[in-house]
Write a protein that binds this ligand. Structure first.
Ligand SMILES: *Cc1c(COP(=O)(O)O)cnc(C)c1O
Length: 473
């Protein structure tokens, strides 16, 4: 607002008070359906908005006209006030495992399992056959062993926690050898050297940024060496004059020297997706088969389950971690156990997993099917008639995301959107701030909506959001 202008002060002087608004019939009716506090704070927010300059410069209106305007806005203000701060959004950004958007959408089966067990009591830590106390992990560890071929499995809060626990449990006070090419940062708060320091293990760096050989590890081994660690680079690739030691070679060196080998695999893929044209997406079973004694991974990246850190490997290494005091601090809750059990159950049948786990479905859906969904969105918007949105279906690339496969891009179909009179940045913002919020991508002066990460049943809402974004300035 242009503060201090006389016209503005005059305009605001006619604003009705909260008390007088509460006495109006229309507002009293709203209070039958909503708690008084909610209605009062919605009124305050509307009045604050007007005082802060909404509609400043407009002609003065009477007290009665103000009151009518405010009452018209009340239902929307109440709805906004009652909405939860975290809500569903439509991911049209073209990143499947999008960390800012909650990573993996869960399969229906996992939602049902959570809803079935979490609203009441469950046998979380009770063996129903014997009546004895049991471990919450008993619901998932057997399936994890079967799916990965591991002797022993453990689950903690996330992969960062899994790495911390392994380092603290296996190497506290001793040395861990890591290639300089793998001292990575995976999202602001996970840096391998920092996690190492927190665990109490001492980092021994070997090799150079671009080249590390087996002999580098070999020479660094001392009586203090507790672990050889390999870290999946996850969110970047190295090209050119590079060399790294394979997990197999490292495992053989570890076996010769009597030192355990650990691999932080990151993505948690349970199926070999390399055969589906997703290079580098090896399964946990394949990674374990190469020989490391312990492998850690995320539950909510390519696995497509709830947030979790999965530790699989040899009994002698993983077994003691389950009893480590840190395990109690890093343990998963019942929602996670219920969701993970349901997701792992789907993987018992590979075909079912491919069809039912949303992350896999999105990664593997044929481009033609995505294109059909894009065309459906375009038709739906055009059918509205009253629009100046210009839409076209274009080819694009979806990223698997989650830092899992930085150089992999999956061909996809996008809807490119322009609107004469509204620049694409404004359109992107309006979509993001709409209801439901839509997260789109700006590229080359165009607004792109990637339909690979949009579900069929979200298309009508997405069409409506586009039409609303065009109108609501
Ligand atoms: C993602 C990732 C992590 C961190 O996993 P969170 O489940 O996010 O804690 C650690 N290491 C690697 C290699 C990763 O890819």
């Amino acid at each position: 607002m242009k503060r201090g202008t006389k016209a503005e002060a005059h305009r605001l002087r006619a604003l009705p008070s909260v008390a007088s608004l509460l006495a109006r019939d229309a507002v009293r009716q709203m209070m039958q359906a909503h708690p008084r506090d909610i209605v009062v704070s919605a009124l305050r927010r509307i009045l604050d908005g007007i005082r802060a300059g909404e509609g400043a410069g407009a002609a003065p209106v009477s007290r009665e006209a103000w009151a009518e305007r405010i009452v018209t806005r009340l239902p929307a203000a109440i709805a906004a006030g009652e909405a939860l701060p975290i809500r569903r959004v439509i991911n049209a950004a073209g990143v499947v495992v999008h960390t800012n958007l909650g990573r993996a959408p869960l399969p229906e089966e996992a939602l049902a399992a959570v809803s079935d067990t979490a609203g009441g009591y469950s046998n979380l830590e009770l063996d129903l056959a014997s009546g004895e106390r049991s471990s919450r992990l008993s619901h998932v560890e057997g399936m994890l062993r079967d799916l990965t071929g591991a002797e022993c499995a453990h689950v903690v809060n996330n992969n960062a926690a899994a790495v911390l626990l392994c380092l603290a449990g296996i190497a506290r006070g001793r040395e861990v050898i890591v290639s300089r090419g793998e001292l990575v940062e995976i999202g602001g708060s996970f840096r391998v050297p920092d996690v190492m320091a927190e665990s109490g293990a001492r980092l021994v760096e070997v090799g150079t940024t671009n080249r590390t050989r087996l002999s580098d590890y070999e020479r660094a081994i001392t009586g203090q060496t507790a672990l050889l660690l390999k870290v999946h680079r996850s969110n970047f690739v190295q090209r050119g004059f590079t060399e790294e030691v394979s997990a197999g070679d490292l495992a053989r060196l570890g076996a010769r020297a009597g030192i355990p080998v650990m691999e932080d695999q990151g993505s948690g893929a349970l199926l070999d997706l390399t055969r589906d044209g997703i290079p580098g997406a090896f399964s946990l079973r394949q990674v374990l088969a190469a020989g490391p004694g312990v492998v850690t991974a995320s539950g909510d990246k390519l696995l497509g389950g709830p947030q979790a850190g999965i530790i699989v490997g040899k009994e002698e290494l993983v077994g003691p971690l389950r009893k480590h005091p840190l395990s109690r601090a890093l343990r998963v809750d019942k929602l996670c156990i219920a969701a993970m059990a349901a997701v792992l159950r789907l993987y018992a049948d590979e075909r079912r997993a491919r069809g039912r786990v949303p992350v896999l479905r999105m990664l593997l859906e044929p481009e033609t099917a995505v294109r059909a969904r894009a065309a459906r969105l375009v038709r739906r918007v055009r059918r509205a008639g009253d629009t100046r949105l210009v839409l076209s279906v274009v080819r694009g690339e979806t990223s698997p995301g989650g830092g899992a496969l930085p150089d992999v891009f999956i061909p996809t179909a996008c809807v490119a959107v322009t609107r004469p009179g509204i620049d694409e940045g404004r359109l992107e913002e309006r979509l993001r701030r709409g209801d439901p919020p839509v997260v789109a991508r700006l590229a080359g002066g165009r607004l792109l909506l990637d339909l690979r990460t949009v579900r069929d049943d979200e298309v009508p809402a997405l069409a409506a959001a586009l039409l609303a974004a065009e109108k609501n300035g």
